[in-house]
Ligand binder design. Structure first.
Ligand code: 5FU
Length: 273
């Protein structure tokens, strides 16, 4: 059982984005990230306004927003300061170093300017980290590698996952952890997760209290299964929080509080088990 508290782990990280996330989790007593996957800027902002008090992080897919304008990220940054949450653009970079550096810094979205954390598929090899790091490190940004996905039949297994962990170990100033379904410290190590002396942030999508899947390959586990059973740090919840009617902001806020409570209760259970 991984028993290190979020507060005690701040000192294990030099990366400013990793430290900020752990500080916010402790301050707000929240290990909940809400993934705001909607296509209208108005809905996007209304959901963030509703869930803001309950989350440590807002995860975005900024490229699905149909009426995107640069001012939207400035509003997002203002909400991040108002409600005290980190921003994680779930971009899943997966190209050669030079291209991902351009995609991260430039284009319509200029992700490096506003997103504390982003992520990358390990598939191109270490150069994907080199490219992103050349843009993000100087800005105090952090990277998560996709070591495991939540979908049925995902190819992110075995030696692929092990190689993702190796890539992270070689870049600990910038790679702060993983998108994964369990802890990763013991992967390729002969010790248990809590005795390696390493500290990766484990952010886990595929979390839901009411359903087990979405009919399109997504697989859900409960916050307790993810945090106590698998030792993960941050639960990422999308549709489980905001459903399909985005105008029901009081209900959305209630769901966010429900997931915050469940996630934090599970964390306390892990610490004291
Ligand atoms: F890397 C991953 C993964 O393995 N599974 C995911 O579900 C990312 N995700 C994201 O988390 C996905 O792109 C969605 O943005 C979110 C899950 O949303 P849901 O509505 O809770 O299923």
């Amino acid at each position: 059982m991984y028993k290190h508290s979020y507060a005690s782990r701040i000192q294990n990280h030099t990366n400013p984005a990793a430290r900020l996330l752990l500080e916010i989790m402790e301050r707000k007593q929240s290990n909940l990230a809400v993934s705001v996957d909607v296509t209208k800027a108005q809905d996007f902002l209304a959901i963030i306004d509703a869930v803001g008090p309950y989350v440590c992080m807002i995860k975005t897919h900024v490229d699905v927003i149909e009426d995107f304008e640069p001012s939207l990220v400035r509003t997002l940054q203002a909400l991040s300061a108002k409600y005290d949450f980190c921003i994680f653009e779930d971009r899943k970079f997966a190209d050669i170093g030079n291209t991902v550096a351009l995609q991260y810094a430039s284009g319509v979205y200029k992700i490096a300017e506003w997103s504390h954390l982003t992520n990358a598929h390990p598939v191109p090899g270490p150069s994907v980290v080199t490219g992103l790091k050349s843009v993000g490190l100087q800005r105090g940004r952090g990277l998560l590698l996709l070591a495991e996905m939540s979908t049925a039949g995902a190819l992110t297994t075995g030696s692929y996952t092990e190689d993702a962990v190796k890539m992270a170990r070689a870049n600990r100033d910038f790679v702060v952890g993983f998108i994964a379904q369990r802890r990763m410290e013991s992967v390729g190590a002969s010790k248990t997760d809590d005795t390696t002396g390493e500290d990766f942030l484990i952010l886990t999508p595929g979390v839901g209290l009411d359903v087990k899947g979405d009919g399109m390959g997504q697989q859900y586990r409960t916050p307790r299964e993810v945090v106590v059973g698998a030792g993960c740090d941050v639960i990422i919840v999308g549709r489980g929080v905001y459903g399909t009617d985005y105008s029901l902001t009081a209900k959305i806020a209630g769901q966010a509080k429900r997931y915050q409570d469940e996630g934090w209760k599970a964390y306390l259970e892990r610490l004291t088990a």
